[in-house]
Write a protein that binds this ligand. Sequence first.
Ligand code: ADP
Length: 480
Amino acid sequence: MSARLLTSVIAGRAVPGVEERPNINPSDVSDVLAETSAADAAMAQWAIDAAREALPVWSQTTPWERSVVLDRAGSEVMARADELGDLLAREEGKTLPEARGEVIRAGQILKYFAGAVLQPHGLALDSVRPGIEITVTREPVGVVSVITPWNFPIAIPAWKIAPALAFGNTVVFKPAELVPASAWELVDILNRAGLPPGALNLVLGRGSVVGPVLTTGVDAITFTGSVSTGRGILQATVDSGAKVQLELGGKNPLVVTDDADLSVAVECAMQGGFGSTGQRCTASSILVATAGIHDAFVEAMQARMSAWTVGDARSAGVDMGPVVDPSQLAQDEDYLAVAREQGAQVVGGHRVESAAAGHFLAPALAIGTAITDRINVEEVFGPVMSVVRVDSYDEALAAANASTMNLSAGICTTDLAEAAHFRRHSKAGMVMVNLPTAGVDFHVPFGGRGESSHGPREQGTAAVEFFTTSKTSYTHPGQP
Ligand code: ADP
């Protein structure tokens, strides 16, 4: 049976592209889920034009009409959680429970914004001058490009597309090349839920080909991906002045102090560092342990890691699926080699054999690293963590704040004063106490500081900031 062909969707119609590329299961490279018909630059422009044409229609709908569409789409996403979770696990390689959880979250996000759009977002107040009334209203920004990475193939698109549509914008959505099938399903569900043609367009194509078009002719760009691509997008928008929201890398520390509950600390590190194969921008990357707990913590981590099952993402009982593709696998291994060269002892990190050919890597821990080592400075994006030993909490805090990509930071401690101090003095955009650095809610702001983020926060109550533009109106009733 030939593989399914995935095409772009422009103005509600399936549009074939110019070259076909296989969509390969990272757990079993002989399994081709689909062929992607990749778009060229002209198709990307066509999608922008379609979104521009649909803007007067969609932006003039009532909040209730938009709410109904998002709610209906959210219901379908949730009702199909098993099927879409299986597709996601097969396409991206996170385990079935993780993939199903991500699909449910996408459904929750759609429903959250179905409700959010009905909430008040404006202001009405008296002027400081007599007799004048002021209103501050929110209007759509216009045509929004949504450019997403492969690591959350349905949740990240949902948390950008749902608020964009909720607040009356139209969208051109370009998912990562590795995960077109999950993206296609989300767009199909939203279009069938009642969007007018062109309100949501899907462009399947290479970032280097369609990206430059999608970042020039639009009113706003919301992007999650690498620091280098994000920087390029920012530069590309200098002339157009388009609104830009970037979620880039994270280099996330988890501090474990002498007062930590050891089993809580180990679980936080395991889930935060190796969940979703460590391929999360919020993944714990650097474990900073104070001297009194360091040895016991490292020993307990090794015991837990040796019982961690790596295998086909869709097999029962698997703790961790494969790395997403060969180039990411090579990057993970390169960083482990660099850590060894700089003096670390690496536990795990070997290739794992399996019945089917997949990109399987055992979880890895680089022990005995310095906070200035390369592995503690650059983003690895795999099932790789390192340990830094420090003498005191103060040193731990300084190490945790040494990164320039301050997305999420965690601390495991039973000392309330330490926890409170860390929350206040961490440089990260999100702080976790006795919780993994990864794993966030959808109804509160998400984002980092430093090189990690640019522009208004994503998700929850924060989303209105990026996806609307405000208007301040002054009204005088005329002469009395
Ligand atoms: P990652 O390492 O997570 O794949 P990238 O920044 O390479 O990060 O990719 C994130 C998204 O950006 C993907 O959808 C990719 O296709 C897209 N992309 C890549 N290059 C460009 C570009 N020049 N302009 C816009 N988008 C791009």
